[in-house]
Design a protein around this ligand. Structure first.
Ligand SMILES: [Cu+2]
Length: 422
C-alpha cells in the first residue's frame, strides 16, 4: 500500500523533462492534487531560491525522476546571459527531494555534445550507481538515457554532478542539490527550509561562455546561478525556525555570513552533527565539495544581509591585476596634462577611477557603459541607495506580519532604532 506521500507528485517550475515523461496522468489513480505543504508531505518542502524541485512519479515502487543534461542560457541578472550547461533548462539543475527509505530511479538523458555521467555526492549506494565514468560505468554517450536506481539509507543535504570531463562540465554549470528528508520527523521541525548551491565563474567581459581553464581568478559568484540583486530574498516570519542548506561545488571555500543572528551548524553531507558538538557561529565556512546545514530561530525582524564574506565574492564582473591607483592623482598639474587626459587622447571616453577608493565605481556605474553582457561591479540597490555589492549576496527578510512569502519590500525600522547623522 502506497502512502499518501508516495503517490504525491512533487511540484515545481515546469521542467523540460516534465513535458516529456512526467505528467499527472502517470500518477496513481485517485492521487490527491500535488501539494507542497508540510501536512500533506510529512516534511517541510525545501525552497530552492531562483530554482525549482524536480518532479517525480511512482513507478514499480520507485520514485522516478528524469534529469536531462543539456546546454542552456542562464540570466545571471538582467543584462547578462550566460551560455551554460545544466539540467532540465537550469543551472543549478532542479533540486531532487526525497525521503529516507525511498527507492529512487533517476533517468539521465544526455543532450550534451559530449559524454557525461552523474555522481550522487555523499549518498550511500551500490558501487555501480556511483557515476564515475570509466570506473563505475561506461560514459553516457550523447543521445543515450541511463537509469540509476538505489535506496536512500540516510538523510541530509547532498549534491549531484558529472564525473566525466568534470573540469569543463562543472565550470559551465552542471550540478544540483539532492535533499533527503528523515523518515521520522525531527523535533523541532523547521518552518522554512532553503537550499542554496554556491558557484563561481570566469566569464570574461564581453563574452557569454564560462572559461573552464580558469582555476582561481573568477569574476562572478552565484547563489543558485544568480548574482545579487537577482537573487531571491529569503522571506521568513518572526519566530520561525529556519534552515539554510548550502552546497559548494566551486573551486573555493565560501564563508557565508548572516547578520543579526547567531546560528548552529547542524549537519554536513556526512550526516547530522550531534547537538553536543554544535557550536554557535555567525559565519559558516562551506568547503569545496561539501554541504553545510545551519539553523536558527528568526526572532529579530528586519532586513539582514546574508553573504559570502570574501569581499571579492560580493562583486560582479570585477577585473583583477589592475594597477592600484588609490591615492594617485590622475588630474592635470602644473600645466601638464594628467594621466586621465593623456589616456583619453588615445581612448576617447576614458574615465579615471579608483583614486579615492572604489565607491566611485558605483556612482559612475549608472552612466558608464561596460562591454556588452557584463554586469557593473556594485549594482545592488537598497532602501537607502546603493548596497555596493553584487555576487553572493542576498537579504534575509524577517517580518512580524506576512500575508505571503512574496518579497515584502524594505523593512520599516521602528523610530529610535536606526543609526542617525550627528
Ligand atoms: Cu565566496
Amino acid at each position: 500500500m502506497l502512502s499518501r506521500r508516495e503517490i504525491m507528485l512533487s511540484t515545481g517550475a515546469a521542467a523540460l523533462a516534465g513535458e516529456r515523461l512526467l505528467s499527472r496522468a502517470d500518477a496513481q489513480d485517485g492521487a490527491p492534487p500535488p501539494a507542497r505543504d508540510r501536512s500533506a508531505l510529512g516534511y517541510t518542502p525545501v525552497i530552492t531560491p531562483n530554482g525549482s524541485a524536480l518532479p517525480w512519479v511512482m513507478k514499480d515502487g520507485f520514485k522516478e525522476f528524469h534529469l536531462v543534461a543539456q546546454p542552456l542560457v542562464r540570466e545571471f541578472a538582467p543584462g547578462m546571459e550566460v551560455k551554460c550547461w545544466g539540467y532540465n533548462g537550469s543551472t543549478p539543475g532542479p533540486t531532487i527531494e526525497c525521503v529516507e527509505g525511498d527507492r529512487v530511479r533517476i533517468l539521465v538523458t544526455n543532450e550534451l555534445p559530449e559524454h557525461t555521467t552523474v555522481h550522487w555526492h555523499g549518498i550511500l549506494l551500490p558501487n555501480g550507481m556511483d557515476g564515475v565514468g570509466g570506473l563505475n560505468q561506461p560514459q553516457i554517450a550523447p543521445g543515450e538515457t541511463w537509469a540509476y536506481e538505489f535506496e536512500l539509507r540516510q538523510h541530509g543535504t547532498f549534491l549531484y554532478h558529472p564525473h566525466a570531463d568534470e573540469m569543463v562540465q562543472m565550470a559551465v554549470g552542471m550540478m544540483g542539490l539532492f535533499i533527503v528528508h528523515p523518515k521520522e520527523p525531527v523535533d523541532p521541525p523547521v518552518d522554512r527550509d532553503f537550499a542554496i548551491l554556491l558557484h563561481e565563474w570566469a566569464i570574461h567581459p564581453g563574452t557569454y561562455r564560462p572559461d573552464p581553464s580558469v582555476m582561481l581568478d573568477f569574476n562572478l559568484f552565484t547563489f543558485n546561478g544568480k548574482v545579487f540583486p537577482a537573487i531571491d530574498p529569503l522571506v521568513v516570519k518572526t519566530g520561525e525556525r529556519v534552515r539554510v542548506r548550502f552546497g559548494n561545488l566551486s573551486m573555493n571555500q565560501h564563508p557565508i555570513h548572516l547578520h543579526g543572528y547567531t546560528f548552529q551548524t547542524t549537519a554536513t553531507d556526512g550526516g547530522p552533527i550531534p547537538p553536543s558538538a554544535q557550536w554557535p557561529q555567525t559565519t559558516v565556512p562551506v568547503p569545496v565539495g561539501s554541504t553545510r546545514d545551519i539553523q536558527w530561530i528568526a526572532d529579530a525582524p528586519g532586513d539582514w544581509a546574508f553573504h559570502c564574506h570574501k569581499s571579492h565574492h560580493t562583486m560582479n564582473a570585477m577585473g583583477h591585476g589592475v594597477p592600484n591607483l588609490i591615492g594617485v592623482s590622475q588630474d592635470a598639474r602644473d600645466g601638464e596634462p594628467g594621466l586621465e587626459d593623456r589616456i583619453r587622447a588615445m581612448l576617447p571616453g576614458y574615465m579615471a577611477m579608483g583614486e579615492t577608493g572604489m565607491a566611485e565605481h558605483a556612482v559612475h556605474g549608472e552612466h558608464m557603459k561596460g562591454p556588452r553582457n557584463t554586469l557593473p561591479m556594485m549594482m545592488g540597490m537598497g532602501k537607502y541607495g546603493r548596497i555596493e555589492m553584487g555576487g553572493m549576496f542576498t537579504v534575509l527578510k524577517v517580518r512580524d506580519e506576512l500575508e505571503s512569502y512574496d518579497d515584502p519590500g524594505w523593512y520599516e525600522q521602528p523610530e529610535g532604532t536606526a543609526a542617525y547623522r550627528v
